[in-house]
Design a protein around this ligand. Sequence first.
Ligand code: ATP
Ligand code: MG
Length: 273
Amino acid sequence: MMWHRPEGFSLGGTSRARLRVWNLTAGYGPVQVLRGLTFEVKPGLTVILGPNGAGKTTLLRALNGLIPRGGDAMLDGAELPEKTHEIVRAGVSLVPEGRQLFGQMTVRENLELGGWLFSKAEREHRIEQAFSDFPKLRERALQLAGTMSGGEQQMVAVARAMVSRPRLLMLDEPSLGLAPRMVDELLGMVRRIADAGTTVLMVEQNVKKALAVADRGYVMERGELVASGDSRLLARSTVVREAYLGAQDSQTTDARDAVQRRQRGQGTATPVG
Ligand SMILES: Nc1ncnc2c1ncn2[C@@H]1O[C@H](COP(=O)(O)OP(=O)(O)OP(=O)(O)O)[C@@H](O)[C@H]1O
Ligand SMILES: [Mg+2]
């Protein structure tokens, strides 16, 4: 049985939201990580690629209000608020790096946390929808989240984010540490969420698979966006092929290898598309 209902998602929007960002800056104390990023997240599935330490997580955290940001951000023409709970209310939800479930709480209790902004009745309704979107989670409702496999936990994390019924769903390396088959199922699920009308912004290290499911992508290095474009064009571009996919289109799909290759002075960064 698939982890999610293949016909689509009752949770999540059909709003096909659009996020536009100008000159985004963010960092930690005196250290500026994001150096004025201007980009757009269109309806569909957008992926952000880049080596370790590029600032991908920092970008998602800034957009989610977990760290202060500079610049301007508009979600469907309305200014993106600054505080996390207001951002969630505005329709933006983050599946954080490392999932960050509460391991000593049940699956159901973790989902309840995704609906903390809503009335009890509304929350119950949304959790019921989550169980119909993710039928396997219903069977596991009372299991402690910490006792689930990595893949199962990632599904709970996505379901938890969907309980807030986002217009923009952001995911930080959802496939990290998962077996290849689980990676495929997870990315397929993310694709369906986007197809159902929730705009998705995803950070991924699994470059080849991410570009295969995404509509478009950005490549980030040292706090800057160095390439962008249609995902098929990006996959064929020199910057991505040399830095992330390996010269002979080898099975090397992990961006972590790319960092080392880049540090050895190979690969160039040129915008495409
Ligand atoms: N809490 C923090 N305090 C200080 N510096 C931080 C903090 N978190 C991240 N950084 C620094 O900010 C930079 C960007 O980190 P970030 O986590 O955004 O990178 P990333 O692209 O998500 O990397 P990875 O692929 O390893 O997840 C790094 O130099 C990192 O050391
Ligand atoms: Mg990260």
